[in-house]
Design a protein around this ligand. Structure first.
Ligand SMILES: Cc1cc2nc3c(=O)[nH]c(=O)nc-3n(C[C@H](O)[C@H](O)[C@H](O)COP(=O)(O)O)c2cc1C
Ligand code: SF4
Length: 654
């Protein structure tokens, strides 16, 4: 057993003929970095950063095993020998760091998210049973195509083995094709692939056999499965556990990798990448249940963002290895830090889902709001020390300023952060007070620690104006002064109380009675404030200038927030702008028809109308003899993601 703080986590694990050097792995995740279905240099650089940081295993994202498996326009494919050179370069790069590499063999069945050219393809599933989330009515798989797909698993496995990977897993998780076959509510076939338990298992057994027929017994073969699909008609824990027991008993699988959720429903899909509303390590009991019925090693994924949780799961023999997938997206050095006694230096993932799965769903390469170097390894993976260390004044201790300070100081500059408020953090200090969003504050804890470790000085209650800058004469000034609430011009005639969202979150009194929250940005703020007020006993109308509250928030996060607001009794009016109020009514205007919508008997109007830049210093410093840069919201109000990215970009250049 290894010494150190995490002896179980840093002990080797044997999976088939492969020995993992530790129990931390990056589970398969689509990166939107493949091009034309092939591995790219960008994808290799991304994974190599995790391997260099000490991960024991990288499972590369899903690769389609049949032409009908293209569930997005950017999916990786394993249907042609053309895929081999890219996979080989990837495997070689990871092996150089002692990191094992598996691939995912994939068919989505009816779970088609996007098309290739805008026209909907024919989705294939065991039966013509529609998927609720993507509104797809599939075609029942004809037996000849079913056989092609089964053969595709075998051919894909052969290609990945030829490329030098250490293993493959069949993705039977998240309601994808193999799981559709296992589920009697989705699989209504009357042939040998539907009906009895044996028939429900037949597709998977044949696919496993096809893999074994091409790669033999020695190549690692695993199965990824949702231990509970958490959907009204999804695979239950009983069904998933029974399927694992039966397949494991066949003696041809080398491991089982357990997750939760299903792509098919809104309630199920949030478990694919669980947001901060789910407790850390919450899927470990599902893994433990399956571990109780199989002999193969059991891997688990689900909100493990610190090594302590993974260590516990393994020490308690509830799992044999732990995916720390977003944890590694956020901090590729996590294993190295944990192993060398620097666990407190880990930049913990806060499960905000903004730049990882949020980018994926929007069709962009994944990154991390706390670590925008992710996905940009080729540019920012290694930053050269500053050629000439300079005095850098960072004005504003929000996320953008702190990131600029951390990176500039790490490159050798002499950095001081001046924050006018008594505490650093900027708007994050408010954002973390929205219901269910406390973990968001971790972004500031992490950034402060990084900036201080890098040697930056952080001063609070320290306001900077032109005279101060002229007196200090720093070589470089980075202005990161953020934004304030925006109050649009409204027709107010003896109106109800008018507050902005940040005042409500800060605890200012809201008069008893009905409240209208007028939400222009359709992000976390309007939705969170509406819930906060409803839970405090107000009758709340959330009037959104968009199709729905949270329209701009990553789907899994939004769905949790929508459900909470609904449970709290919030009423929603979509597609309305606010234009005025009188003594007890709020006047809205339908953005589609321009007709008036009046909400009466209102005690308070709460404005969530976005922000405007605090940019006075940008103007005041015109003509300053040194270098001046403005980043984040003081340029144009956006989110933490852009502020941190711009902090990195500026600090990498100065
Ligand atoms: C951007 C992104 C894409 C994902 N795509 C896949 C995928 O292609 N295949 C898969 O099995 N899981 C996918 N997942 C789920 C992850 O493998 C993992 O189960 C999930 O992130 C939960 O683990 P974590 O809490 O350690 O991040 C994806 C996750 C993310 C963040
Ligand atoms: S964007 Fe948020 S959820 Fe995604 S890896 Fe970074 S901190 Fe974690």
């Amino acid at each position: 057993m290894a010494e150190g703080q995490f002896p179980h986590l840093f002990s080797p694990l044997q999976i088939g003929g492969v020995t993992l050097k530790n129990r931390i792995f990056s589970s398969g995740h689509d990166t939107v970095m493949a091009e034309d279905g092939l591995v790219t240099d960008r994808l290799i650089a991304y994974h190599e950063a995790r391997a260099a940081g000490g991960a024991g295993l990288v499972v590369v994202q899903v690769a389609g095993v049949h032409e009908s498996a293209r569930y997005t326009y950017h999916v990786l494919m394993a249907t042609d020998d053309d895929c081999i050179p890219g996979y080989r370069r990837l495997a070689d790069a990871l092996h150089r760091h002692g990191c094992a590499v598996f691939g995912q063999l994939f068919h989505p069945g009816r779970e088609i998210m996007e098309s290739q050219d805008g026209s909907a393809p024919v989705a294939l599933a065991p039966s013509a049973v529609p998927t609720e989330r993507f509104h797809v009515m599939p075609r029942a798989l004809p037996t000849d195509i079913l056989r092609e797909i089964v053969a595709g698993y075998g051919a894909g496995a052969r290609r990945l083995r030829d490329a030098g990977l250490d293993g493959v897993e069949i993705v039977a998780s998240h309601g994808y094709l193999p799981a559709q076959f296992l589920n009697p509510r989705v699989n209504r076939r009357e042939d040998e692939y539907g009906g009895s338990d044996e028939n429900l298992l037949r597709f998977l057994r044949e696919s496993i056999a096809a893999v074994r027929a091409t790669v033999g017994r020695d190549f690692v073969l695993g199965l990824r499965i949702s231990g509970d699909e958490r959907s009204h008609d999804g695979l239950t824990a009983e069904e998933a556990t029974a399927a694992c027991a039966a397949l494991d008993a066949d003696g041809v699988l080398d491991y089982v990798s357990v997750v939760a959720g299903s792509s098919a429903t809104l309630a199920g899909s949030m478990h694919i990448v669980p947001p901060m509303s789910e407790p850390a390590a919450y899927t470990v009991p599902l893994a433990a249940r399956i571990k109780g019925v199989v002999r193969s090693p059991v891997l688990v994924a689900g909100r493990m963002n610190q090594p302590q949780e993974a260590e516990r799961a393994i020490a308690e023999q509830k799992a044999d290895a732990c995916a720390m997938t977003r944890a590694l997206i956020c901090d590729p050095q996590l294993p190295a830090k944990a192993e060398s006694g620097r666990a407190e230096e880990i930049r913990a993932c806060i499960a905000c889902n903004q730049a990882c799965i949020g980018h994926f769903h929007a069709g962009y390469p994944i990154s991390c709001i706390q670590h925008p170097e992710t996905g940009r390894e080729q540019r920012y993976g290694t930053l050269a020390p500053a050629a000439l260390p300079r005095d850098v004044m960072v004005v504003g201790g929000g996320p953008g300023g702190l990131k600029a300070a951390a990176v500039a100081a790490a490159r050798g500059h002499r950095v001081t952060v001046y924050e006018a408020a008594p505490r650093v953090g900027g708007q994050v200090l408010l954002a973390e007070r929205l219901p269910g969003r406390a973990e968001f504050g971790g972004a500031i804890t992490n950034l402060v620690a990084e900036a201080e470790r890098a040697g930056a000085r952080i001063l609070t209650g320290a306001r900077v104006d032109r005279a101060f800058a002229d007196a200090e004469q720093p070589d470089v000034i980075v202005i990161a002064t953020g934004a304030r609430s925006r109050r649009p011009d409204l027709d107010l005639v003896g109106s109800p109380a008018v507050l902005d969202a940040w005042q409500v979150i800060s605890g200012e009194d809201v008069p008893a009675g009905d409240v209208v929250v007028a939400d222009w940005r359709c992000d976390w703020i309007g939705l969170g404030v509406a819930r906060l007020l409803a839970e405090a006993g107000h009758r709340v109308t959330l009037a959104v200038d968009g199709y729905m509250p949270g329209q701009r928030v990553q789907q899994y996060v939004r769905d949790v927030m929508l459900a909470a607001a609904r449970r709290a009794g919030v009423t929603v009016i979509p597609t309305v702008r606010v234009y005025g109020a009188d003594a007890e009514s709020v006047y809205l205007q339908d953005t589609l028809t321009n007709e008036a919508v009046v909400v009466g008997n209102v005690a308070a109007l709460v404005l969530a109308q976005g922000h405007e830049p605090v940019d006075d210093l940008v103007r005041d410093l015109e003509g300053y003899p040194g270098e001046v840069h403005a980043i984040g919201d003081c340029l144009a109000p956006r989110t933490v993601e852009e502020a941190v990215l711009e902090g990195l970009q500026v600090a990498a250049e100065i």
